[in-house]
Design a protein around this ligand. Structure first.
Ligand SMILES: Cc1cc2nc3c(=O)[nH]c(=O)nc-3n(C[C@H](O)[C@H](O)[C@H](O)COP(=O)(O)OP(=O)(O)OC[C@H]3O[C@@H](n4cnc5c(N)ncnc54)[C@H](O)[C@@H]3O)c2cc1C
Length: 389
């Protein structure tokens, strides 16, 4: 073991979009010294392989302030990072196949309007007039005109590079196996026997966060699953917005977008298995065939399109489908940002900005995150134990 121990104000574990953006904002807005430790390469896990949706509609209402804050950061990423993340605000269109679901879209539009998100509702005829290639089965839609999509491969590494340029100590291939308390500090031990210490610790280890939360008695009900993605050959340009199907039937829940090179990137529907322990996620061929059927159902002109590649990634899904964000319920200085349930990319830069502010100032600047506090799971467990007694 080397005797040299790096001590910083904050230690960030995990170099996905949450960890890298938090490290960036801790330096850029608050001047905190930061060390970020990433087990593999920055942005290699969920943050680098996701679909790239930057979507605010369709979220739990409690996430809206955070989603709005994230959208504001997305609009400034080039100026903030000096790099282009291929963020295109071409809109996000949510469509459905039934009148009943259309009513749900209308209600959502009413709910989010006072929260700062204006949605445009479309009838079947209006959808046909505007895009022309959708199947008549698509009966209604809701457009969030300022949302869009970005390139996930670029996002985490760009935040990591920018944090490093601002003086953050960013270490790749630094897996943290253990964290202990020493005086007022957290001391993280890596697999290659190095130590890093800081009075504040942010756990942003994605689907692996329970390993660290468990060291402090705060593991939450969360399972790893693998959303299924695919990409087609390039096609002539026909679609601007990122599109998703709103449905209570899981396998109907397709989403797709067309990138500047013309390829259609798609995902959604049933998720595949993911093995967090061995860092493996699997694509199920039957899911891919179902996704292609759903793609053709939505746009009949895609009937002959060729598939180029499929992939999956490892994402943490919590028992109540809401993220874990905020301070520990048990240990001063300890903070969490994980469990984003397949929709963390869109809000990632907002999560980083809010967590940095919280750790530096104790406040979240008008972005409430109390509903995501880790203590909610302990409260449910205690209630269950009382009922069982
Ligand atoms: C296939 C797929 C499609 C998705 N599509 C979308 C989408 O379109 N829109 C959207 O908003 N969201 C989407 N998501 C969800 C989104 O990608 C995630 O919510 C988000 O990227 C989570 O970021 P993170 O930083 O918390 O986790 P991750 O990106 O998983 O990063 C966690 C990092 O922690 C590291 N780590 C783990 N343990 C340790 C340790 N002990 N020591 C050091 N480092 C450690 C890991 O190596 C990893 O790099 C999708 C997810 C997947 C998998």
């Amino acid at each position: 073991m080397t005797d040299k121990i790096l001590r910083t104000d904050v230690l960030v574990l995990g170099g996905g979009l949450m960890g890298t953006s938090a490290a960036f904002f801790l330096r850029q807005q608050h001047g905190r010294s930061v060390a970020l430790l990433e087990r593999e390469l920055i942005g290699r896990q969920a943050s680098g392989v996701n679909f790239g949706n930057v979507r605010r509609q369709g979220r739990a209402l409690a996430q809206m302030p955070l989603a709005n804050r994230a959208r504001a950061v997305w609009g400034r990423v080039r100026e903030l990072l000096g790099e282009d993340l291929e963020f295109v605000p071409h809109g996000h269109l949510r469509c459905c196949y039934t009148e009943q679901q259309a009513a749900t879209l209308e209600q959502h539009a009413r709910d989010v309007a006072p929260l700062g998100l204006q949605l445009e509702l479309f009838t079947q005829r209006q959808l046909q007039q505007r895009w022309g290639i959708f199947s008549p089965e698509v009966v209604a839609g809701s457009l969030s005109p300022l949302d869009g999509h970005a390139n996930p491969r670029l996002a985490g590494p760009a935040f990591g590079r920018a944090a490093r340029r601002l003086g953050a100590h960013v270490e790749e291939r630094a897996e943290v196996l253990h964290v202990e308390r020493d005086g007022g500090d957290f001391v993280a031990h890596t697999a290659d026997d190095r130590r890093f210490r800081a009075p504040q610790l942010l756990v942003a280890c994605g689907a692996w966060s329970n390993r660290i939360a468990g060291l402090f008695g705060e593991a939450v009900p969360m399972e790893a699953r693998g959303p299924q993605m695919g990409v087609t050959e390039p096609l002539p340009h026909a679609i601007g917005p990122s599109i998703g199907v709103s449905s209570a039937i899981e396998h109907e829940g397709l989403y797709f977008r067309q990138i500047s090179r013309g390829n259609i990137v798609f995902g959604g529907g049933l998720k595949g298995p993911a093995d967090a322990q061995h860092v493996r996620s699997y694509v199920r061929p039957d899911n891919v065939l179902r996704q292609l059927r759903e793609l053709r159902r939505f746009v009949p002109a895609f009937a002959q399109v060729q598939l180029i590649r499929v992939w999956s990634g490892i994402e943490g899904y919590t028992a109540d489908w809401q993220p874990v964000m905020g301070p520990s319920a048990r240990v001063p200085g300890l903070h969490y940002a994980f469990g984003f349930n397949g929709e963390g990319f869109a809000i990632g830069p907002g999560v980083g900005e809010v967590m940095a502010e919280l750790m530096a100032t104790g406040r979240t600047g008008g972005t409430p995150i109390e509903p995501f506090h880790i203590g909610r799971f302990a409260a449910v467990a205690e209630q269950g134990a009382r009922l069982a007694a």
